[in-house]
Design a protein around this ligand. Structure first.
Ligand SMILES: [Zn+2]
Length: 457
């Protein structure tokens, strides 16, 4: 990237003070609350309001009565551009769903992928997500869309095998070329506070073991993380058992994957031995409960992961298996799911899931300087309106209860990322949301016309 671009990104924040009814901090709820950050986008104060504090002359002051502040949400696993495939194959099982989705993906053009990504950026920002981990077709042009929107992302160009072209309509790159591209991008964005790059081998059932071994070796050598899918469905576990005589994570361990920094999505069917493997190696898991439920893949053992001290993040997966990028839905689902399944209302707490969706998620995807409202961290912060019916009666003491069980992405009114005000009182400041939605609707209509036979007269 050029120096001008760097300067522009850095200069986008200005000294700012936010005052709100309540704020979620690592020490619990503060009410009423004040958050201040400087022009570098770092938090300088998080606590009770300081009416007499001397503010810089150019400070922006937002009096957000009727709002609460919390850290921006972190989406630990998604495939952004697949917003164009929202609602495809809603009622099929995992493998038929995958076939339907991949059939449409063969038809995507480079412009479609850009439009799908932009739509995801719009939806993520307006529902309070400030950072995400993604695996899909990626190139520098697409990464610049993320930077322009102001979001943070751990970006994994997806690959399958050295000679397999993953997205033929979009790029002629085979797995070997994607590996080279990944390393080139990792070098290019090494100093960028918004972007991290990972290898993205799709899954143990789609990638040959030699390819996974090679990527693991390259990952260790270069310090580049690996983002992959593991043990998503029972069918996958059976396939890997039959092919390699091991469970998926055992198989990945044998090929050396866990020597690298790993972010593994799903992990629904981990054995106790595999859970121990994650705990021992420090590999992170993205918990994607809505996708796992929607595709009939099962209920991942979150309580056991928590007990084992595994690094965790919460993810939506793509909207083709969700069908939204609203992490508040994921937070509530993750909190209540095991209560029902294990007949124990104390087994998962909303405060713990909120922590996974923010601070722990940010650490798991490699942005440890974000994720919590405390001095020194970057101001990745969102403000939610709490004057609506579903928040009433609102008391600051019920902040965690509100955020964990009642809030939705539609309540988000302001989003700051690294102090940059990207969403202001319900309006996007970095993206033309209406134009992007219109382009996405057109693109989907064209894809559908290509895929579906003409309806009978
Ligand atoms: Zn996925």
């Amino acid at each position: 990237m050029s120096e001008t671009e760097n300067t522009r990104a850095a200069a986008a924040a200005q000294p700012t003070v936010l005052r709100a009814d309540a704020m979620l901090t690592p020490a619990g709820a503060v009410a009423p609350a004040e958050l201040a950050f400087d022009a570098s986008g770092r938090i300088t104060y998080a606590g009770s309001p300081r009416p007499d504090a001397e503010l810089p002359a150019d400070a922006a002051v937002h009096e957000l009565g009727g709002h609460v502040l919390m850290p921006g949400l972190v989406n630990g696993h998604t495939h952004s551009a697949m917003t164009l495939l929202r609602g495809v194959s809603d009622d099929e099982g995992f493998m038929p769903w995958l076939a339907a989705v991949q059939g449409l993906e063969q038809r995507l053009t480079p412009a479609d992928v850009a439009t799908g990504l932009e739509l995801a950026l719009v939806e993520m920002i307006e529902t309070g997500t400030t950072a995400f981990a993604d695996m899909y077709h990626w190139d520098a042009g697409l990464i610049e869309l993320v930077r322009g929107a102001g979001m943070r992302a751990l970006i994994a160009p997806a690959s399958f095998a050295p000679d397999t072209v993953g997205f033929p309509g979009v790029s002629p790159a085979n797995g070997a070329a994607v590996t080279e591209l990944t390393e080139e991008l990792a070098g290019r964005y090494a100093e960028d506070p918004q972007i991290r790059i990972a290898y993205g081998p799709h899954a143990p059932y789609t990638c040959p073991p030699e390819f996974l071994s090679e990527l693991a070796e390259r990952a260790v050598e270069r310090g580049i993380p690996i983002h992959t899918h593991v043990s998503e469905s029972a069918a996958e576990v059976a396939q890997i058992q039959e092919r390699y005589g091991a469970t998926p994570a055992e198989h990945l361990d044998r090929v050396g994957l866990f020597r690298a920094e790993v972010l593994a999505a799903h992990c629904v069917h981990l054995t106790p031995g595999e859970i121990e493997l994650f705990a021992r190696t420090g590999a992170a898991i993205s918990h994607n409960p809505v996708s796992n439920l929607k595709l009939g893949n099962g209920i991942a053992p979150l309580p056991e992961w928590q007990e084992a001290g595994i690094r965790l993040t919460l993810g939506t997966d793509s909207v083709a298996s969700n069908n939204t990028l609203d992490l508040f839905e994921e937070i509530k689902t993750a909190t209540i799911l095991h209560r029902g399944a294990r007949l124990d209302a104390a087994i998962v707490r909303a405060s713990d899931v909120l922590d996974i969706a923010t601070r722990r998620g940010a650490e798991a995807i490699g942005f440890p300087e974000t994720g919590a409202l405390e001095p020194g961290r970057f101001a990745d912060v969102i403000a939610l309106d709490v004057t609506g019916s579903s928040a009433t009666p609102f008391t600051p003491a019920a902040l965690v209860s509100h955020l964990g069980f009642a809030a939705t992405g539609a309540d988000v009114r302001h989003v700051f990322i690294g102090g940059r005000h990207v969403y202001a009182d319900g309006a996007h400041r970095t993206l033309d949301a209406a134009a992007i939605r219109a382009r996405a609707t057109e693109a989907r209509a064209r894809l559908a016309a290509l895929a579906d036979p003409a309806p009978a007269a």
